[in-house]
Design a binder for this molecule. Sequence first.
Ligand code: FAD
Length: 281
Amino acid sequence: MTVPDNREKRLPVLLTVKSVRDLGPRYRRITFTSPALADYPACSHGAHIKIMLAQDGQSEPVLPTMTATGPKWASPEDKPLLRTFSVRELRREAGEMDIDFALHGDLGPASRFALNARPGDQLGISPPGGPYPMLKPASQYYLAGDLTALPAISAMLEDMPADSRGYVAIQVGDETDIQDLRGPAGVQVQWFIGQPDQVQPLIDQFCQQLLSAKTTTESNAEQLADSYFWLGGEEQIVVGLRRFIRRELDVERTQVYAIPYWRFGIDEDSYHTSRHQVVDN
Ligand SMILES: Cc1cc2nc3c(=O)[nH]c(=O)nc-3n(C[C@H](O)[C@H](O)[C@H](O)COP(=O)(O)OP(=O)(O)OC[C@H]3O[C@@H](n4cnc5c(N)ncnc54)[C@H](O)[C@@H]3O)c2cc1C
């Protein structure tokens, strides 16, 4: 399914912080409000967005005008700081949106914004990006990621048909960051505790799950062919699992979404180009 490409008609929105709630020591939900959210695309659950943060000295971020080739700022020096996030929840009738932030100190502007957020603070958001839908139709789902991918994973679990089967592996820094997730009973969720460079237990366990799904019975192997794989979060998780899924299991490219969200030690501006090279290789 494709969404009509009407980029110039889909407008950025200036959001105001309504409330801030800690879901864990490193995981913060910020509820934003704007009357314009009543017209924000309804298909946004879990979709990625650009957040636009005011530069130092600006009271609010300067929003672009949208053109057929993308956003344009009248004065390029006014361009806000851009970071990529996910829509955790959109409540159009209430004019509200939740965005969940993985906190990592004041190292980056997005984490800094979330750490200091108070009601009345503002940021801009772009229209939602693809793929649409994020969750492709399948009978089995295999998802993996870290706290940064948890908003999208949570949204997809909620959107899965009740009879879905599968396995979800999520890495967090501390067990107090573990969340109660709603999803189908047949989809097992397993949490891993570790720092971003300690992803091998998650990778090993995820691969083990897939190997047993492939080899247990013939019908399980057929179900693997009707599976969808979704990988997000720090680069090591995404690259390690994507390689296994594509090369060892010989899964079609169209059955796999694999986007490294961030790389340890590199900010998003610097990582933007190499992220795409990593995915293309
Ligand atoms: C499609 C997509 C969807 C995303 N959705 C979300 C989301 O919903 N919620 C969310 O929290 N993140 C999400 N991310 C990840 C987020 O964009 C990055 O973590 C981003 O780097 C955060 O920006 P920043 O300004 O805080 O840090 P930056 O200025 O980009 O980076 C500063 C430093 O912090 C490090 N860093 C960045 N993120 C982390 C982290 N999580 N833990 C530890 N160190 C880190 C960097 O490596 C760098 O050294 C998403 C990314 C993509 C591509």
